[in-house]
Design a protein around this ligand. Structure first.
Ligand SMILES: Nc1ncnc2c1ncn2[C@@H]1O[C@H](COP(=O)(O)OP(=O)(O)O)[C@@H](O)[C@H]1O
Ligand SMILES: Cc1ncsc1CCOP(=O)(O)O
Ligand SMILES: [Mg+2]
Length: 278
């Protein structure tokens, strides 16, 4: 039987270890939100390093305690960088987070997302449309055709991606986090629903990308499921708190970073969530 108190203790531990150890986390991420990803990773206690080149990615895969790979903006160089870095991570058994942003746009993005399946990302993080489409691309239960994807924002509900998320987690042996108004996090046998956040998170760019980067920070200190749940909880808590202090997306973005920085381990663990067995 799953014990909620036990999960909360693991969340507290993950938050405290990260703040104490300042773990280095490498990222290969998109050019739109790269700065916000790094700032969010720093705010929760990580040390950020962003690269584009294949050999630098391989270097960081070994030097970092976890790595974040985000498909947001694509360049031809990634045909070399992404398979080489994912392979290095898989072989070194290092945790890594895949964010399949805009899966379905373009042939190179599709080809590489297919290729990375064999390197089993520790955590897959995306919005509902991305999780549905990735499961479809990987020919897993609950997935949908790539043609349903419209861009980087979700057009599907989080609950509609439940079976796809469970199937992806079973396929990788790791965890999957589906973001939206309520976030769904699963390791294939347990599902957590994390509440909170703010409607302003859909009005700034990079809420999802930076959440993925922060999942990677916690993956240095916890299991894939706890890392994804801890990141979702601190995002929901910081989003709720920031919304109360601002009146628009510009000031929200700044206030949100401050609330990420100020959130304490007990409050993060107490952010509302419920769990169910698959
Ligand atoms: N309407 C909303 N209400 C509360 N939180 C939200 C809402 N939309 C998104 N979020 C939060 O914003 C973060 C990013 O989620 P989302 O917008 O789904 O990702 P993406 O940017 O990849 O589409 C998550 O922490 C999620 O909980
Ligand atoms: C707008 C945009 N276009 C390509 S990547 C990107 C950023 C998406 O960020 P997020 O998924 O966190 O909103
Ligand atoms: Mg996204």
């Amino acid at each position: 039987m799953i014990n909620k108190k036990d999960i909360q203790n693991q969340i507290i531990q993950a938050v405290e270890i990260v703040r104490r150890e300042n773990p280095i986390v490498g990222s290969i991420t998109n050019t739109v939100t790269i700065n916000f990803v790094a700032n969010a990773q720093l705010a929760v206690g990580g040390s950020a390093a962003m690269v584009y080149l294949p050999d630098e990615g391989e270097f960081l895969a070994k030097a970092s305690e976890a790595t974040y790979i985000n498909f947001g903006t694509f360049i031809p160089l990634y045909e070399q960088t992404l398979p080489r870095v994912s392979k290095a991570l898989h072989e070194a058994r290092k945790p890594w987070v895949l964010d399949p942003v805009a899966v379905g746009i373009g042939s190179l993005r599709t080809q590489l997302l297919l290729e990375l399946k064999k390197y089993k990302p520790t955590v897959i993080r995306g919005n509902a449309s991305e999780i549905l489409a990735l499961a479809g691309l990987w020919e897993l239960e609950g997935g949908t055709a790539l043609s349903t994807v419209r861009g980087v924002d979700s057009t599907d509900s989080v609950t509609s991606a439940k079976n796809a998320a469970v199937a992806l987690a079973k396929c990788t042996g790791g965890a999957v986090a589906v973001s939206g108004k309520t976030d769904l996090i699963t390791d294939g046998s347990v599902i957590a629903f994390s509440h909170g956040g703010s409607h302003f998170m859909g009005k700034i760019t990079g809420a999802g990308c930076s959440l993925g980067g922060v999942v990677a920070v916690y993956a240095t200190a916890a299991s894939p499921f706890i890392a994804a749940l801890t990141a979702s909880a601190v995002y929901n808590l910081a989003g709720t708190r920031a919304e109360k202090k601002v009146d628009g997306p510009g000031s929200f973005q700044i206030q949100f970073l401050d609330e990420l920085y100020k959130a304490n381990a007990g409050d993060i663990a107490n952010n509302p969530f419920e769990i169910e067995e698959v």
